[in-house]
Each structure stands twice: as structure tokens, then as C-alpha cells.
Design a binder for this molecule. Sequence first.
Ligand SMILES: [Zn+2]
Ligand SMILES: [Zn+2]
Length: 262
Amino acid sequence: MVDYHVHSYLCRHGEGEIEQYIESAIARGLTEIGFAEHIPIPDLDDPTGRMPIESWDIYVRDVLDAQRRYRDITVRFGIEADYLPAHMAWIAEFLAAYPFDYVIGSVHFVNDWDFSNPAFRHRLDEAGVDALYIAYYRLIAEAAATGLYDIIGHLDLPKKLCVQPTIDLSDPIGHALEAIRQHDLALDVNTSGLRKEAGEIYPNGGILRRAFLSGIPIALGSDAHKPAEVAARFAEAITLVKTIGYAQCCVYDDRRRSLIEL
Ligand SMILES: [Zn+2]
Ligand SMILES: [Zn+2]
């Protein structure tokens, strides 16, 4: 079993050192753990949402150091990089500058709105839930087309605050999945939704079924922000994806993808 979506104290809204996450992964019998810390973006006003640039060298040092030191588990050097149209020059340059094993592309913002953050829930009233979902899936399709990412993070994130669309989103979701398929990306099957208000995995079973039928592969992630959350509720996730038809999940080495049995 592998967990490819793991954070640490460095992002300022998580806790635990890199090493503690690895120890937790070993205790849970994982064969691989992939760190995907939030990309620093100095020009973005997001004081607790991501790693500050000052911590970046610590992250690289600790992950690469662990990669060399641990023999009974493979440690992958990843990153969760936002798709933010206004910051793509910085993001692209940053991603090209380090030897990542993989890059998770996530949409956390619509324009300047950090829509999954409960602190900005009030903006839902102005924007409208359906408009949020439509804008979100459009950004996902754009993100997939940039060619910068390997995995699309927690698709259907707007449900985090327990808001479900009131209209049929088959088309916007279809366009997003088509872009993901065309650009040969994987989907992050992310169990953190099960721990949040939404009480549901990202993406939901319906979207996963469509992804499976389109031939889109999956990567497994807990989105752990505490060592105890590594591989959290993976048994449920694996049962779900197997029911849908998936028999394999992705692993990455130096941005090359291969598949392992679930
Ligand atoms: Zn986070
Ligand atoms: Zn995320």
C-alpha cells in the first residue's frame, strides 16, 4: 500500500515532522510514502495555507535525507502545487527547478477565493454553489492542460464545506475528466473527505466510475496533516475503487509513472 498525499508541520496548518510520518507509514505496513507539501508562493496572501518559502530548504533536505536513510520504505519527493492562473510563471519555474518524483495539481482557489476554507464560507452566498462548481471544474480542465502536473488532487473539493450542487454537472465534470484523460494524468483518490463535514471520499463514487470508464488511473492519498492520518481509511477507499473496477494504482519515480496492484 502507498500513500502519495502527505503534508507535515511545514505547511503551517499541519503537525509532525517528516520522520514521524514515515514511522507512521512503516507502522501501517506501507511500502511507499510520498510527501506532497503545499508549494510556497511568495506573492500569494495565504499566511497559513502553505509552506513559507523560508521553510522550503528544510522540506527538501528532510525528504531527500529520509529517502537515503530509510531502507524498509520508499520515500517519494512530491509537491502539491496549486493551479492559480495569476501565478503560473512562478509555479512553472519552481516545479522545473527540483527533482520531484511527482506533482499533484490542485485547485483550492477560484479567483482569489480560497473556497474550501471555512473562514470564507460567507462568499458562497454571493457566488452561489452551482457557479462555484462550474468555475471549479473549468479550472481543473485548464490545470490538466498545462502539462505541469502528474495527478489531479481531490477532485470535487467544493463539497468540503458540505455544499452539494443543485444542478446537473455531468458536462463540466465530463470536460474536466476529458482534459485529465487527454493529458494522461491520474486522479488522487483522497480519503480526507471522509474525515471532513462532507463525509465522502474525493472524488465521489460517481465521478470515479466515469474516470474508470475513461481509462483514467488513480493514485492513493490520505491528505494527512498529522502522522496518525497516514493511510487513514484506506481500506474503505480500496474497497470502493475495487468495486468500481480498479485493480491498480499509480506510483512515481522521477516523474515516471508505473502501476502496482491494489
Ligand atoms: Zn494542507
Ligand atoms: Zn489540497
